[in-house]
Ligand binder design. Structure first.
Ligand SMILES: Cc1ncc(COP(=O)(O)O)c(C=O)c1O
Length: 469
């Protein structure tokens, strides 16, 4: 079924859309950007022209011209009597099993499955019959898996028992559960700027007032600003990625972890620490989990990056009473984590050193190839070489990443533009480039970027958002 986008919602999503050129072109361009970076879905039904013209206080002719441009460019289908539906052109040309039409899908920073995964599934299938007398609704996680996760924290120097762990359907699910359990309407949430887009989506889905503090590649986490926000606005939650932060790839130094953890404990802000990317070490070395410095921290984990995104196994680690609270709230959201995948996860924890080493070697190859290609083909772009994670966070200097992403899509290359990682339209001149792809794919992607960078940069109409950094 198509989603309906109301005039009011579209006006809100559009934000500051006007630019120097004709209003209809700027409006069409901005709607395309929203479609491209996923804030409007392909298949979503746009409001009627009259409704949108009222919501934006624009003439109906301007809205009609914008819709007509979107139609001419292949982004909108209009059928008399049933409205106008957004579409992504090029879907017909499909190659990818899950993402037809996008031969180079760099919109997701997710690596291929760990080579030992199939064997782990095969072993889990053998074990499954012993569980089939179980009702199958597992809200908290299999004891063996909770224990394996607890052991994993103990191996990292953080005493943890199995009853401090709840297994979830990935880290994103865990974040939703935590947010719905601990956040109350009217409260504030503190995030890093830039941050993980779907975490921002989660906070906006509960209507949270989101405050941000900067994470810069040159100076790191702006802790004085974080502390100021915590003291002044008393956010109930703060969401952090201290290890191989997505998208910058940075890691928070140990003394800063300790400092921020202590400050949050003093001021009563609960830190939600997302460690989904924490095991993607290339050449950094181990660091203590942030929860080592504050017992009230909630840590989110996942096998999504180190093993495979399709496994959908994640977890929350925290104080027992919070885990019990999450458990009471969970049935309102979902009725448990699949058993087969949990059995697979138990096997993967046994394989951990091999799995982490295999991922690290692959990421090193991807990172080094991507950096070399970019330095050769786009030497004017600024980048820092991360010591782990999945991404390069590139300062394109003058090039609008929204415009670049739009243009790249017509060449079969999917990218997420910088503003998707910020609030208030920041990072227009930043591009996240995942390097967890094969050398050939990286080469094709950089070829496309190098070809488009010159064209796109000179077109001011294609810069709908203002950089604020
Ligand atoms: C920082 C971060 N958190 C959470 C997730 C989602 O994790 P999962 O696939 O386990 O839901 C991702 C995936 O991209 C991520 O990068």
């Amino acid at each position: 079924m198509n989603t309906f986008v109301t005039g009011r919602r579209l006006a809100r999503e559009l934000g500051e859309w006007r630019s120097n050129g004709p209003a209809y072109k700027a409006l069409a361009e901005r709607i395309r950007v929203l479609l491209l970076d996923g804030r409007l879905a392909s298949g979503a039904r746009l409001p009627a022209e009259r409704e949108l013209s009222q919501a934006l206080e624009l003439s109906r002719t301007t809205v009609a011209a914008a819709y007509s441009k979107l139609r001419d460019d292949g982004f909108l289908d209009s059928v008399r009597g049933s409205g106008s539906t957004l579409r992504l052109p090029g879907r017909e040309r499909g190659e990818h099993a899950l993402h037809p039409g996008l031969p180079l899908d760099f919109t997701k920073a997710t690596a291929p499955a760990y080579p030992g995964l199939h064997a782990a599934y095969a072993a889990a299938v053998e074990e499954l019959p012993a569980y089939l007398s179980h009702d199958g609704f597992d809200l908290v996680g299999l004891p063996d898996l909770r224990e394996a996760i607890a052991q994993h924290y103990r191996d990292r120097g953080l005493p943890t028992s199995a009853d401090q762990v709840m297994v979830t359907v990935g880290a994103q699910h865990a974040l939703n559960l935590v947010t719905r359990t601990l956040y109350s309407p009217g409260e504030r949430v503190l995030v890093e700027q830039p941050s993980y887009p779907h975490a921002l989506d989660t906070f906006s889905s509960v209507g949270a007032r989101v405050l941000a503090f900067p994470v810069r590649q040159d100076t790191g986490w702006d802790l004085p600003e974080a502390l100021l926000q915590i003291r002044r606005a008393a956010p109930s939650l703060a969401f952090l990625m201290p290890d191989f932060h997505n998208p910058t790839g940075m890691s928070m130094p140990i003394h800063e972890r300790e400092y921020l953890a202590a400050a949050a404990a003093r001021e009563g802000t609960v830190l939600v620490v997302d460690e989904t990317t924490a095991h993607l070490d290339i050449d950094r070395g181990a660091m203590p989990p942030m929860a080592a410095f504050n017992p009230n921290i909630l840590t989110l984990g996942s096998l999504g990056k180190v093993a495979w995104g399709g496994l959908r196994i994640g977890w929350v680690r925290g104080p027992r009473e919070v885990v019990a609270q999450l458990l009471r709230n969970r049935p309102a959201v979902d009725l448990g984590t699949p058993l087969l995948e949990q059995l697979v996860a138990v096997h993967l924890f046994r394989d951990w050193p091999t799995m982490a080493a295999s991922r690290s070697a692959e990421l090193r190859r991807g990172r080094d190839t991507a950096v070399e290609l970019l330095r050769e083909r786009l030497p004017q772009w600024q980048l820092q070489v991360p010591d782990g994670g999945l991404n390069l966070w590139i300062n394109t200097e003058t090039v609008s990443s929204s415009a670049l992403a739009l243009a790249a899509r017509t060449h079969g290359l999917g990218l997420v533009p910088g503003p998707r990682f910020g609030i208030d339209g920041a990072f227009e001149r930043y591009l996240r480039l995942p390097f967890c792809y094969a050398g050939e794919e990286l080469r094709d992607a950089v070829d496309i970027l190098a070809e488009l960078a010159g064209e796109v940069g000179s077109d001011p109409l294609r810069m709908p958002l203002q950089a604020v950094i």
